[in-house]
Design a protein around this ligand. Structure first.
Ligand SMILES: CC(C)(COP(=O)(O)OP(=O)(O)OC[C@H]1O[C@@H](n2cnc3c(N)ncnc32)[C@H](O)[C@@H]1OP(=O)(O)O)[C@@H](O)C(=O)NCCC(=O)NCCS
Length: 203
């Protein structure tokens, strides 16, 4: 669905199994507990490890500032449960302000005990709807470590296509790595959603 860009940005997105919402200061303990996990952090580029409660608080403060300045739109991901919701991950669309606010990097992580049930793809699709709709994104891109097959599969299931390689520094592993890069343009996204095939790799 494409939103009217003159409308205020949604701060809560709902999918069949997830609620995505802006971070709250009270999320810091859960973020610290879930991301201070080598199985998660080892795949990420800019996250310190070990990851302290102060790191989580600093991150949440930054997401509030950057949301308000339009540079970065990050959501906490909550999984619906019988009793309510549990915070299980995060997803966001970050711009490089020196370039264009309409070109965004998609990033995400989930705690391992929910991997493998399609939640990564569900969250990525919700972010594309938000990005191309609410914030008028023109292009989304993402990279993943060469051996991060799960993440590459999520990107392809969300409709992104391979677009060469990009070298990036990964803080937790302390290495600069040439990674596959994936992109999706606004035009291709519109074509894809209009053919009602979202959720299935179009190529
Ligand atoms: C990447 C991540 C978000 C995926 O979340 P998820 O909820 O498991 O994703 P999905 O279930 O939607 O899809 C995972 C896909 O990977 C596939 N997969 C799972 N394990 C795999 C493996 N070892 N090798 C290859 N593919 C694998 C699954 O089969 C599925 O594809 P399919 O639907 O075609 O069968 C999650 O693993 C994660 O948080 N990883 C750590 C952080 C991270 O890597 N973030 C991204 C940085 S680029």
């Amino acid at each position: 669905m494409v939103q009217d860009p003159s409308q205020p940005l949604r701060e809560v997105l709902e999918t069949s199994r997830l609620v995505l919402r802006r971070y709250r200061p009270s999320d810091a303990e859960a973020v610290h507990r879930l991301i201070d996990d080598w199985e998660v952090v080892r795949w990420l580029a800019q996250v310190p490890y070990p990851y302290s409660l102060a790191d989580a608080r600093g991150w949440i403060d930054r997401t509030v500032r950057d949301w308000n300045s339009g540079i970065d739109h990050q959501f906490a991901i909550l999984k619906k449960t019988a009793g309510g919701t549990d915070l299980v991950g995060a997803v966001g669309l970050r711009a490089d302000p020196a370039r264009s606010l309409r070109v965004r990097e998609l990033g995400y992580w989930f705690t391992p005990n929910v991997w493998g049930h399609g939640l990564g793809t569900e969250a990525a699709l919700a972010m594309l709807d938000f990005g191309f709709g609410d914030i008028g994104m023109e292009m989304v891109w993402a990279t993943a470590l060469p051996d991060n097959s799960r993440s590459q599969r999520v990107l392809m299931k969300a409709g992104l296509v391979a677009d060469g390689v990009q070298t990036g520094h990964f803080v937790p592993i302390g290495k600069t790595v040439e990674c596959p890069r994936f992109v999706l343009s606004r035009e291709r996204y519109a074509l894809w959603v209009s053919t009602d095939s979202a959720g299935v790799c179009p190529t």
